[in-house]
Design a protein. Structure first.
Length: 390
């Protein structure tokens, strides 16, 4: 059975852990009920030693499951299969202990309602489908031992087939809500941090860049080139401040094609689809920032007049932006060396931003040039949290 797509999220583990702790208490209650049911008909049981052995097995698994399922990393497939096999096996063992056999038509099985905890455990871990699979297998075992299918037996089957999928479905919904809450908290924290950084940039770096631009233009010569670069960076930083300052709605849509088209110049050729390519606003801003970082690297490392090409593709499952130049390429080990020296332009501005978007920055470099392929899946957790329509 496949693992839920979002199971690695901390919120998912927290929901499962809470539910399994509640289930551990329920297992104890169900165990006590099973013991009481068997004890009530003790005089009609032939194999007393077998019944006591079954009690010991159920008690041992009840304690083991409470400990084992309390840690997310231990929730592999094997223990769920083992406990389901144990539940079915105990039910199939019921005819061996009963005398006379016709009691099985309307009698509780050896594990009684203890098996319901197994079905609920499958629902918690594997969702509604897991709960349904476990309920069907346990129900088939129950019906297989009956000498006659009575209303009592069908009532048990109905409760299992209803309870397992229902608990599984509710668990999946709880996981989704918990993850949506966590994403909202992360987005709020990120927005607050960006606003704080924007204030720092506005009060410090922008003032210095404006001073460099003004003084460089007055001095002239080589300083005029520095003034021009300072002016470009001031414009870029002011755009950043304006983009993240205020109460901009994170779900506002942005036309990525139109925004990338503004990067075109005599040196930069931008190719985009003919229509609008709408993405969540914050995601689009980050993609544009990554493309700017790629183009900045072209100007710095290849040359001010070096040509570059930007291509935007809108696929069914992702957005792909390719940035290519015709420079000499990046020497082997150069990016690792730059990161080790504290220069994080590529690792932070390009690869780091793409990781934050749940995407990928794929680098191809050689003597014929460098190409960045920036891939952002439409259904990454970040996109799902920022696009209200999904």
């Amino acid at each position: 059975m496949s693992t839920p797509r979002d199971e690695r999220e901390p919120a998912t583990w927290a929901v499962e852990t809470t539910l399994f702790r509640g289930l551990a208490v329920l297992r104890v209650v169900m165990l006590g009920f099973a013991v009481a049911v068997s004890a009530a008909k003790w005089d009609r049981i032939d194999e007393h030693a077998l019944v006591v052995g079954a009690w010991i097995v159920m008690a041992a698994w009840t304690g083991f499951a409470a400990w084992w399922y309390d840690r997310p990393q231990r929730r592999t497939t094997l223990p769920y299969v083992v406990e389901l096999a144990l539940a079915v096996g105990l039910m199939l063992l019921t005819p061996v202990i009963h005398v006379p056999s016709h009691d099985l038509a309307a009698s509780a099985t050896l594990p009684s309602f203890w098996v319901a905890a197994v079905v609920l455990g499958w629902g918690i871990r594997w969702g509604w489908l897991g709960g349904l699979v476990a309920a069907v297998l346990v129900s088939l075992a129950d019906l297989a031992i009956r000498t006659e299918v009575t209303q009592y037996a069908m009532g048990n089957v109905f409760l299992l087939l209803l309870g397992g999928p229902l608990v599984g479905w509710c668990t999946l919904e709880l996981k989704r809500m918990a993850e949506a809450r966590d994403r909202a908290e992360r987005l709020a924290a990120a927005a607050a941090e960006r606003q704080r950084l924007a204030r720092v940039v506005h009060d410090g770096v922008l003032q210095v860049l404006a001073l460099v631009q003004r003084r460089g233009a007055e001095i002239g010569g080589d300083a005029a080139g520095l003034a021009r670069l300072a002016g470009e960076q001031e414009v870029a930083l002011r755009a950043f401040v304006q983009s993240y300052d205020g109460d901009a709605a994170p779900r506002q849509q942005l036309d990525l094609a139109a925004r990338l088209a503004t990067l075109a110049s005599a040196q930069v050729t931008v190719s985009v689809p003919p229509g609008a390519v709408e993405v969540p606003g914050a995601v689009g801003q980050e993609i544009v920032a990554v493309v700017r970082a790629c183009l900045d690297n072209v100007r710095v490392h290849v040359g001010e007049d070096a040509p570059a090409w930007v291509l935007l593709e809108e696929l069914d499952d992702s957005w792909v932006v390719t940035v290519r130049d015709a420079g000499p390429g990046i020497a082997a080990g150069r990016l690792e060396q730059a990161a080790a020296e504290g220069r994080l332009g590529v690792s932070a501005s390009i690869q780091g931003r793409m990781r934050d978007l749940g995407g990928l920055a794929r680098l191809t470099t050689g003597p014929d040039g460098t190409e960045w392929e920036l891939i952002v899946p439409r259904r990454s957790p970040v996109i799902a949290g920022q696009d209200g329509r999904r």
